[in-house]
Design a protein around this ligand. Sequence first.
Ligand SMILES: Nc1ncnc2c1ncn2[C@@H]1O[C@H](COP(=O)(O)OP(=O)(O)OP(=O)(O)O)[C@@H](O)[C@H]1O
Ligand SMILES: [Mg+2]
Length: 152
Amino acid sequence: MNIYSHILVATDGSKYSEPAVCYAMRLAKESNAKLTILHVANVHGYVEVLWHDMKKKYKNEGERVLEEIREHCENSDVKAETLLEEGVPYLKIVEAAKKLHCDLIVMGSHGHSGLEKILLGSVAERVIGISPVPVVIVPPDVGKHLLESKEK
Ligand SMILES: Nc1ncnc2c1ncn2[C@@H]1O[C@H](COP(=O)(O)OP(=O)(O)OP(=O)(O)O)[C@@H](O)[C@H]1O
Ligand SMILES: [Mg+2]
C-alpha cells in the first residue's frame, strides 16, 4: 500500500540536506509518489540598498541548487518537480506542503549552520512544530547508497 502520494523535500543546498533529498527520492520512487523539491531563498532582513543584489544572489544560488538536484533525479530515474520560493523558510515549507497537498515533508536535521545546533536546526524544529502532516527528519550520516545512479 502506498501511503504517500506527494512528498515535499526541503533543501537549503547544504551537505546536511543531501541525505534528506536522497531519502525522499528513494521514498517517492518506492511509493510511486510525486516529489517536489523546495528551496527557500531567505532574502529577508537586508537593508533596502542591498536588497536587490542580495535577492538576485540568493535566487541564483537557489536555482543552482535545484538544477543540481534535478540532474541527480534524472540520473536516478526519479521524476520530480522543483520549486523556488522566497521568504521565511519554515513558513514557506509548510505553506508549500499545504498548497500542493503534500502528505509528507522530508528535511535534514541540520543545515548551513551545521552541527553547532546540537540537537536540531531551527528550521527543522519550527516545521515540526506547525506542520499539519508528518515530518521525516533525516540525520547527516544516512548515506547516498539509498539511490543507484545510472552513471555507475
Ligand atoms: N532555506 C531553506 N530552504 C529549504 N529548506 C531548508 C532551508 N533551510 C533549512 N531547510 C531544511 O531544514 C533542514 C535543517 O536546517 P536548519 O536550517 O534547521 O539547520 P541549521 O542551518 O543547522 O540551523 P539554523 O538555521 O537554525 O542556524 C535542512 O537540512 C533543510 O532540509
Ligand atoms: Mg539553517
